[in-house]
Design a protein around this ligand. Structure first.
Ligand SMILES: [Zn+2]
Length: 86
């Protein structure tokens, strides 16, 4: 069933912007997010909707899972370096 796809969305100067792809998974849409305020929006039967709980969990994992682990590990030696790079 290809009636659902996802795209990366973010705001810039008050405008909602998004990528032009039709991602098959939340994780691949996350890869298109270029700024910290990015989000993923689902399109089901040509209607925009927010993510379900399962999709939200995948989004959180793809977006923050690795980063959160890296943050904890780095806090031991180089505390603030990574936090300010974005
Ligand atoms: Zn994309």
């Amino acid at each position: 069933m290809s009636s659902i796809f996802y795209f990366a969305a973010w705001t810039d100067s008050g405008c909602l912007l998004g990528c032009d792809h039709e991602h098959q998974t939340v994780t691949s849409a996350v890869a298109c997010i270029t700024c910290a305020s990015g989000y993923v929006i689902a399109v089901e039967k040509n209607v925009l909707r927010t993510l379900t709980d399962a999709e939200e969990a995948e989004f959180q994992d793809a977006m923050y899972g690795t980063k959160a682990k890296g943050k904890r590990r780095l806090s031991a030696d180089s505390t603030l370096t990574v936090l300010i790079t974005i």
